[in-house]
Design a protein around this ligand. Structure first.
Ligand code: TYD
Ligand code: MG
Length: 460
């Protein structure tokens, strides 16, 4: 029986496959994203030809070496922190983020740092010419020894050159730019991205070379191409920040070799990205201590507490429906907090526009910032400043109660380090050990309800 040529339709947004065309992807709901593809039979053949097969046999678990290889140390401490401490040989890491945010800069610097330790590094640039990369490298003051540059988009060649050079680190910038000639699809299409990534990752595993892939994001903020890319790699890092601020956050969204939600903080300057040793200090640098409508929060970013200022402004609305604007905090969370303030605390907001802003353009999704958000709003409405030496930590419940949050000692220690003397917190449980690890000379104002917390915070 002759093999039938199978035709399928693949969503360019999420990678969903189906046998029939439709105007809208049933999985992700995007319109006009389904593209016909002929089953890429060539890819298997291509793979078989490009990489030699190694046969792996099952091993009894006790015989498996527990500690595989040591991590490659990385002189960029913030980057290493996000990776879980150094680079794991043979691992595949996807670095994504908005265009122009600094992915190429970050990876160039990281690659240079690795090259400096004597390892050979191959940096594949599919988007910028060799001259452009060289100029940037010069500007960043990079050493060029052990650093090899390949400005190419042809994956067959990239694989061949990698096998020839045997680098200690491979960077491909970006996965959307490279393509396999054996496939009919254009570069950046789901099929190309998936097949190219699969081949690169296989090479990384078999040759034990750590691989960093740059991946673009779509305007919706998800990594372009199939979701499967995220599943294929060992770690997904996301570089974020906004174009009006110089700092950048590197987050790990997935990490098979370390904890997720770890954050590294960098600052973009004329000489590339530099590490920020004390991020809280940077976020609080421009704060006016006696201004109404400002409160200090201590959210956890990964395993590290950060101190940030939250500002609120309530002003009489000229609309029938007063406006609520949230920058850096969840909009629905803000609605909940304003509702609790109106209903449980008696602060009238029905004729007030309310704006809330996290300073520095940071985005925080932790309930522990409920209390500082509520305090900032109350402070603006009453036009009384929150005491300058006060940090506020706690989740607000629908009955107006304050709920406890995790990792209180670590947050308080960070606050103390920055000179804060008092903290408003939810009631601590009477359980033994509840106070364990709390900084000693910090005054804790334990409150049961949001109303009590507001009274405590706004009285000088
Ligand atoms: P880039 O790394 O090219 O971003 P991406 O690869 O994510 O698209 O960074 C581009 C921006 O970074 C660009 O707007 C200029 C800025 N930049 C600096 O401010 N200082 C520097 O030293 C470098 C190299 C870039
Ligand atoms: Mg780039």
């Amino acid at each position: 029986m002759p093999a039938k040529q199978r035709t399928r339709f693949i969503c360019q947004n999420c990678g969903h496959l189906q046998p029939k065309w439709s105007g809208r992807c049933p999985k992700c709901g995007e319109w006009n994203t389904l593209v016909e593809q002929v089953e890429p039979r060539a890819s298997r053949a291509a793979r078989a030809g490009l990489l030699s097969e190694t046969v792996v046999e099952p091993t009894p678990l006790p015989a498996v070496a527990a500690e595989g290889q040591k991590r490659i140390p990385l002189a960029m401490g913030e980057f290493a922190r996000v990776l879980g401490g150094g680079i794991v040989p043979g691992s595949g890491v996807l670095v994504s983020g908005d265009p122009g945010i600094g992915k190429s800069t970050l990876l160039l610097q990281m690659a240079a740092a690795v090259a400096e330790t004597g390892r050979r590094v191959l940096y594949v640039s599919g988007e910028e010419s060799a001259q452009q990369v060289k100029r940037r490298a010069d500007r960043l003051g990079m050493q060029h020894e052990n650093f090899y540059l390949l400005a190419d988009v042809n994956l067959e060649n990239i694989l061949a050159q990698t096998q020839r050079l045997q680098p200690g680190l491979l960077v491909v910038d970006s996965i959307q730019a490279v393509s396999l000639d054996a496939l009919p699809n254009s570069a950046g299409s789901v099929t190309q991205v998936r097949e190219c990534a699969a081949l690169l990752l296989r090479l990384a595993k078999t040759e034990n070379i750590p691989l960093f892939l740059v991946g673009h994001v779509t305007k919706e903020g998800s990594i372009a191409g199939p979701r499967v890319l995220e599943h294929m790699v060992d770690a997904v890092l996301y570089l974020e920040g906004d174009s009006f601020h110089s700092y950048r956050l590197l987050r790990s969204i997935k990490n098979r070799f370390g904890s997720t939600n770890e954050v590294g903080v960098f600052e973009m300057s004329g000489r590339g990205l530099s590490e920020v040793a004390n991020p809280s200090e940077m976020f609080l640098a421009e704060r006016l201590p006696q201004a109404a409508g400002s409160a200090i929060a201590a959210p956890m970013e990964g395993t590290r507490p950060l101190l940030v200022e939250i500002q609120a402004l309530a002003s009489t609305s000229s609309f029938a429906q007063p406006r609520r604007t949230a920058n850096g905090v969840d909009f629905n969370r803000l609605l909940l907090i304003t509702a609790v303030l109106s209903k449980r605390v008696g602060i009238r907001l029905s004729d007030q526009d309310v704006f809330v802003n996290v300073i520095g353009g940071l985005r925080i999704s932790e309930p522990a910032i409920d209390l500082p958000v509520a305090l900032a709003i109350a402070s603006s409405v009453r036009n009384k400043p929150v005491a300058a030496d006060l940090v506020a930590i706690g989740e607000v419940g629908l009955s107006g109660e304050l709920r406890s949050v995790g990792q209180l000692p670590r947050r308080l220690k960070e606050a103390q380090k920055l000179g804060f003397k008092r903290a408003i917190t939810p009631r601590l449980s009477k359980r033994r050990g509840a106070l364990e690890g709390m900084p000693e000379d910090m005054e804790l104002i334990q409150t049961r309800s949001l109303a009590q917390a507001i009274e405590a915070a706004l009285t000088p």
